[in-house]
Structures are given as C-alpha cells and as structure tokens.
Design a protein around this ligand. Sequence first.
Ligand SMILES: Cc1cc2nc3c(=O)[nH]c(=O)nc-3n(C[C@H](O)[C@H](O)[C@H](O)COP(=O)(O)OP(=O)(O)OC[C@H]3O[C@@H](n4cnc5c(N)ncnc54)[C@H](O)[C@@H]3O)c2cc1C
Ligand SMILES: NC(=O)c1ccc[n+]([C@@H]2O[C@H](COP(=O)([O-])OP(=O)(O)OC[C@H]3O[C@@H](n4cnc5c(N)ncnc54)[C@H](O)[C@@H]3O)[C@@H](O)[C@H]2O)c1
Length: 502
Amino acid sequence: MAAEQAAVDPARSEWDVIVVGGAAAGENAAQYATQFSGLDAVIVEKELVGGECSYWACMPSKALLRPVELLSQARDLPGTKEIVGRHELDVAAVLARRDAVVKNLDDSSQVDWALGVGIDIVRGTARLAGVKTIVVTAPDGSERTLTARQAIVLDTGSSAAVPPVTGLAEAMPWTSRDVTNIHEIPRRVVLIGGGVVACESATWLRGLGVEHVTLVEGGPRLLGKLEPFAGEIVRQGFVDAGVAVHLGVHVESVSRDDVRDTGYGHVHGGEVSVTLADGTVIQADEVVVAAGRSPNSSGLGLESVGLSEGGYVEVDDHLGVVGVDGDWLYAIGDLTGRALLTHMGKYQARIAGEVISARAAGTPFDSGRFGRHTDVADHRKVPQVTFTDPEIGSVGLTEAEAREAGLDVETAEYDLAALAGTYVLRDNYVGRAKIVVDRSKDTLVGATFVGTGVAELNHSATMAVVGELPISALWHVVPSYPTVSEIWLRLLETLNNQRHQR
Ligand SMILES: Cc1cc2nc3c(=O)[nH]c(=O)nc-3n(C[C@H](O)[C@H](O)[C@H](O)COP(=O)(O)OP(=O)(O)OC[C@H]3O[C@@H](n4cnc5c(N)ncnc54)[C@H](O)[C@@H]3O)c2cc1C
Ligand SMILES: NC(=O)c1ccc[n+]([C@@H]2O[C@H](COP(=O)([O-])OP(=O)(O)OC[C@H]3O[C@@H](n4cnc5c(N)ncnc54)[C@H](O)[C@@H]3O)[C@@H](O)[C@H]2O)c1
C-alpha cells in the first residue's frame, strides 16, 4: 500500500486512459492500452484490485472444488481407494488453502503488478460525470474529478441477483461471496437455482461435509444453458452423492426469525424455512441464492452520457459503448452481458485496449478475418468449463441453439467411458460427449464433454470452433493414446458411420 500511495500523486487528475473497476479484465484493458503505445492509465477500484474472480468467485471456488474432485477420483481407483478408505476431507486444511488462494483478501500483489507495469491505482467508487470525466468518492468520503485524454473503460462487473421471493432478502441469504468464502459449515443448506454457481457450490458443500444439501431449480433441468445430457449426468451424480434436487419448481417464500449479520461465510442467524411452490417445506441452517447475476450499472452515472441506468451496457464489436459518440467510452466483462466469464472479459479487455491504442495513434484497425480489434469469440464461440463432479467442457452452440440459428445441423455423440484413455483414469468413469456440426460448411460449431479430465480437452474444441477447421482436417489431428482426447477420433468415426448409413 505504501508503494501505491507513493506512486499516485493525489493531486493528479488526468490520464490517457481511465479504467473503472480493477478486475482481471480491467487490468488487462489498462495493460493492452498502454504496453506499446506510450499512453498512461489509471485503474479506479472501490474494493480489491483483482475483482470478483480472484477473491469471491472463480479462484476460491476452484480451490474448494479441487480436493473434492481428487478425493472422488482416489476413492474410485484401486491402490488409492484402500488408503483413502472412508476418510473425509480435512476441512480446516481445505479452507486454509482457499484463504491462501484468495491471499486472505489482500490485493497487494495485484497492486504491485499494476504499479510494476506503470498502471496507477486510485481507491474509491467512480461514477461517470459527462464526456471523458469521472468523479471518484474515496473511502473517506472525499470526492475527486478525473478526466481521460483518450478513453474510459467500464469494468464494474456483476453481483448476485436476489429474486423477489417473499422473505428471501430479509433472511439475509448467502450469496456466491459467502459460499466461496465459507468459514462455518452449516449442517443443512438449500440452494436456490440450478445453474453453474448452484451446481458447483452444491459439489463443494457436500464435499466439505454439509449433511443435507438441497438444490431447487425453477427450470426443467440443471445447467439449462448446456446440452441437456450434461445437466442430467450432474443431477444423477448429485443423487448418488445424497444431494436432493428439485426441478421445475420455484421457491415461493423464505422465512427466518433470527437474522444476524455475522459476516461473509458465517451462518447468518437461526433456522431458515424454505417453502416451494408445490407446498414442500424445507428446514435448513442456511440458504444460498444462486439465481443469476445483476450488472453493476446502477449509480455508475450512465445517465450523464445519455444512457439509462441499471441494465447491461451494450457494446459494439470494438467494445465501444453503443449510444455514446466520440469513441471514448468502452465496456468489458460481465457489465456488457456478452458472456459472464473471466476469460471472456479478459479477451474483451485485450481487444478494447488495442482499439484504444490504435485510435490514439490514428492507425487503422486490423480488419482481417481474425483481426485483433474485433470481438469474434463472443459470437457463438464461447468456451466454458463447469467444475462439477463430473466436470463439463463446452464451447459454441448446443444442438438446440444451432437449430434455432437456422444452421444445417448434424450431431454425433459418444460414451466417454468407452475409451482406453478414460478406463485408466478411474474404475467407474461416467461421461458423454457431443459435437454439433454445420453440415453446409462441414465445420464444428459446438462441443460438449462431460467426465473426469475433460476441462483441459475444452481448448482443443475451442480451437476447432473458432478456427472453423474443416471436419476433414480434424481427421488428421491424431489424438495420443491412451488419453481422454481419443474422444475426438470416436466422435469423428461416429459422424463418418452416420454419413455412410444415410
Ligand atoms: C461463484 C462463482 C464462480 C465463478 N467461477 C468462474 C470460473 O471458474 N471461470 C470463469 O471464467 N468465470 C467464473 N465466474 C464468473 C466470473 O467471476 C465473472 O465473469 C468475472 O468475475 C467478471 O469479471 P468483470 O471483469 O466483469 O468484473 P468483476 O470481477 O465483477 O469485478 C468488477 C470490479 O469493479 C469494481 N467496481 C464496481 N463498481 C465500481 C465503481 N463504481 N467504482 C470503482 N470500482 C467499481 C468492483 O469492486 C470489482 O472489483 C464465477 C462467478 C461466480 C459468482
Ligand atoms: N465455472 C464457471 O465458468 C462459472 C462458475 C460459476 C459461475 N459462472 C458464471 O456466473 C454466471 C452466473 O451463474 P448463476 O448460476 O448464478 O446463474 P445462471 O443464470 O447460470 O443460473 C441461475 C439459475 O437459477 C434459476 N432460478 C432463478 N430464479 C429462481 C428461483 N426463484 N427459484 C429457483 N430457481 C431459480 C434459473 O432458472 C437458472 O437456472 C453464469 O452465467 C456463469 O457463466 C461461471
């Protein structure tokens, strides 16, 4: 912190680039705008430099999930299962490692990185106050006006949405911030939602010893944005692990008499009663709301530049904010609603940074097919790994999305358990894979893999989808034996067989 104070002159009010929100994407935007351009930049951050992902989302959740995954595999492999026996996780050690991963909520290393590459940091809450201008309210309440010579980038992210369920907000439910920064292990937990946050959270809560985990999803299946078989395999895994899953029913009301603000990850009071629309009443010690996200756009001063407050901020494919003239305002990350994933926010940041640098230098955009100044991947080419047990890798379109888009769709599916590469991984491998092909172009437009060890496979599918590799070329991309990647050969063989049978 001393270095930070020394580096930022409190009287300074002008930079080339101002980034509002210091998440990883914001850091990348500042870095890419400045690294070869001679421009300077400042990041304004109201909480911790590193953002939600580093302290309250991706990193702590993956730190909690890794031991759960490893124990599950060790229990399923002769040679290790005899050693592991009935042992459970060492909860204190898992939480301690999680604390180390989130650096005990200390952002000095990220601040040091920024200062080290010449990016300044200002602490406080920023709001737009007209063209190229923001006002920052410091933690002590003082205000400071900053102006940008070239550009302002908004990277304020999103927060857990709390749906308007009777009594829910009053019960002070856990959000993703509590469940990732869990300190007390409740005996009974109800999760509202069946998307990625709920499914990952249920996995580690059960692994950490929560006796009764109940998940309530209003839609007809878990992980509704993915191929249906993915959610079904995860649901079956939950049932086998003793997690109760309610599908197609909403939470109607929540009540808790004794509500206490005990801090993140501590139980927020006494028993909670959760009533579902079908009349089921579930008693729990904590309730977790995992029902989607809301963009952090309220109070951001968007109306000062002619935009409306509260929703996602629409951007064009150079990440410029739509509806604001002059090519000076950009938005990246969750705030844009394009793809609520860290890697996609960082990708948008790299593009926005280079767009700002090119515009400042007056150099033309790289306008080729894969030009560096245009967002390509957000259009039907987004990869994601869902770290459930088993894990899921997905990229691009599902079959339903491809059909909805009017593509000439062809699919192939294969049982991932039927490979030498997965047989050696564990005894009772469960998995499945599916590819979605655009027959008219003979290219892959989507892929989904479910099973142990598929996370790292996802990038190969992402390359095929983004690079629009012809299926004929994939035939010559030979997977090593025995690995999970053999699934590529089996899927291509399946496709080939289907084509010969037609
Ligand atoms: C439990 C959980 C697990 C997740 N796991 C993954 C995962 O494994 N992989 C993945 O890719 N994604 C994951 N995500 C999604 C990922 O966390 C988000 O997509 C990502 O954090 C969004 O980054 P962002 O840049 O949009 O902003 P955020 O990370 O939301 O950060 C925004 C920053 O802006 C600051 N800020 C906000 N308003 C202001 C203001 N007015 N002035 C100054 N500063 C401000 C905030 O303090 C914050 O630091 C997960 C999400 C959750 C909830
Ligand atoms: N591994 C990862 O990449 C990862 C991990 C966690 C989160 N994320 C990102 O974070 C974002 C947010 O995740 P999320 O799970 O909060 O949102 P989501 O939109 O994926 O899922 C929310 C779910 O809650 C359900 N729901 C909403 N209101 C409900 C109610 N009242 N009762 C019952 N169910 C209700 C919805 O039907 C939906 O299925 C995702 O878009 C995801 O991309 C990514």
